[in-house]
Design a binder for this molecule. Sequence first.
Ligand code: ADP
Length: 408
Amino acid sequence: MSYQVFCKIKSGKRVLISFCAFPIKDQKGKIIGISKIAKDISDEKEEAKKQSILAAIITSSEDVIVSKTLNGIITSWNNSARKMFGYTEKEVLGKHISIIIPKDRPDEEKKIIDSIKKGKRINHFETERIAKDGSKKFISLTVSPIKNSKGKIIGASKVARDISVRLETERERDLYTKRLQELNKYKDEFMVMTSHELKTPLTVIMANLHVLSEVMAEEDYNTVFIKNSVRQVEKLSDLVNDLLDVSKIVAGKLALNFTLFDLRDLVYEVVNNLQQITKSHTIVFNKNTNILMVNADRERIGQVIINILGNAIKYSRKQGKIVVNAFEKEGDVEVNVTDQGIGIPPKDITNIFLRFYRVSGSASSFSGSGIGLYISSEIIKGHSGKIWAESKVGKGSVFHFSLPVANK
Ligand code: ADP
C-alpha cells in the first residue's frame, strides 16, 4: 500500500512524502508489525508540474512548434502546426518530416540536421513547406538542438512562423517601387525631351525679336512690347536651361570643365553684369583681397553666383543693399552674399537646397521654380565644396559657398 502526505520537517519546510507500507509477518504468517519506506518526492512533483506547464505553453503557442529525432522522425506537433499544415498530431507522429518539405528542396533537411548535430542553432531561416492540401507555406524557421539529461543531442525542435503576409507585402512594395522607378524614368526622359524641343523655338523667337527691335525706330511705341516679350522669352529660356540641368544631374551627367582661375575676377564680373541691369539694388563687392585661385568650372561657378545674387535681389524687393565677400579661410575659398530681404524660417533653411523646394507663406508670392539652389548645391558638391545659408525672418539672409583652394 502506498500514500502521499505533506509533512513539516525539522527546518520548518513543507515536503511531500510518499510512503509504502508492508506488513511484517512472523514464521507462521501472522502480521506482527508494519514496515514503511518513505521518500521525499517534492522535487519530482515540482518537475512534473513544470513539464505540464511547458507542454501547455507549447500546445497553445501561436508559433508552430515541432520536434523530431536526428533521423527526422516527428516526435511532437502542436496545435499551430495542425492549423498551418492541416495534419493532426496523430497523422504525423512517427512520420518523417519530409512529408512537409517540398520536393525541390531535397538537401535542406540534411543541412539542417548536420548543423544540429554540431550543436548549431539555425535562426530565422526563410523557406517554404507544403501543407496537407498541397498549398505552399512561407515560413521563418528557427531550429535548436534538443539535449538529453547527459547533454547529448538527441533531436531538434523547430519553431516556425508564417511569413506569407510579410512576403506578399514585400512583393507588392517591390512591384510598386519598380513601377515608381519606371514612371520616374519616363518623367525624366519627358523632361529632357520637352526641354530640348522648347529650346529651338525659343532661340528662333528671341532672334526674331532682336531683328524686330533693330529695325524698329527707337521712338516707336511698339518697342515696349518687344522689350516685354524679350524679358519673358529670357525667363522661359532660363527655366528650360534649369530643367535641362536638373535632368543632367538626375542622370549623373552634369559635366564639369575644370580650369584654374582667380575667383575674385569671376565674382567681380558677375556683380558688375548684374549691377548694370539692376537699378533697384546696390551690390557691394570689395575685390581688394589676396588672389583666390580655384580649380573649378568657371561657367558653372558663375551660374551659382548669379543664382544666389539673383535670389538676394528677388527676395529683398524693398531693401536695396547687397554685400558680397570673397576670402580665403582654412584652406578653402569662401564667397558669401548678404541681403536684407524677407529671410527664411529655420525649418526651411536646409530644405531650400532640395529639388523644387520653395518656402511657403510670403516667399511664395515671388515667382520661381525652386530649382536654382538645387542646381547650385549640386554644382558645388561636384567641386567637393560646401553651400549653406543663415537667415533671420524679416531681417535677411547670408548665403555662403566654399571651394577648396587650388594648390599653388
Ligand atoms: P526659386 O526659383 O523659387 O527662387 P531657388 O532654388 O533659387 O528657387 O530657391 C529656393 C527657395 O529658397 C525660394 O523659393 C525661396 O523661398 C528661398 N530663398 C532662396 N534665396 C532666398 C533669399 N535670398 N531670401 C529669402 N528666401 C530665399
